[in-house]
Write a protein of this length. Sequence first.
Length: 238
Amino acid sequence: MRQALVIRHVHFEDLGAFAPALAAAGYAVRVLSAGEDDLQAAQPAPPDLLVVLGGPVGAYEEDRYPFLTDELRLLEARLSAGRPTLGVCLGAQLMARVSGARVYPMQGGAREIGWAPVTITAAGGRGPLRHLADGAPVLHWHGDTFDLPPGAELLASTPACRNQAFALGSHGLGLQFHPEASDKGFEHWLIGHAAEIVASGQNPRTLRADAARHGPAAAERGRRLMGDWLAALPESGA
């Protein structure tokens, strides 16, 4: 059975809709908690797949959060070796950084929070992100953005944040938004990010209602996206 190593930063930002796709593709999943588990020593052999999930810290804040140093080293080694790697939100930002791109706060301290569609590029429409091309909302939750890494292919954008998704060859996928999120467990997002919701002027009632309205369909699209990406991974990179 193939092995997937998942790095999680906060418990409620989990695999979500990606979990059934991984199970269907025959992956055994191991989850490590950043800041708690030893990311360098915990995995004696490189896993077939690395997934780095989201979290409310900056990809450039290793002076405040030293565990990021280990994540950056791990991602740099994997991407340099062409090994299958998926990053969501913070994970995508870390992938962008080790690939030579700048990660920084959005202009004016803006935050992109809530359910809204992404615009899929021509390149994105030829791959797994085609499942999002109908303009249906996905979850956004970030205050940082990044430049497109050298050699990467832009897959999706929004008016507020041009670089929403990118591909690094056939082995690396970075997603600034959250296609894994749904209505299930969404209340934990509202609790865990309560201070950020207030600071950004968002209304938790609106976010909750939008999750109930859009979440189930978003989860199905996220599952299909993940399944297609896993099916297209090069066997040589695993």
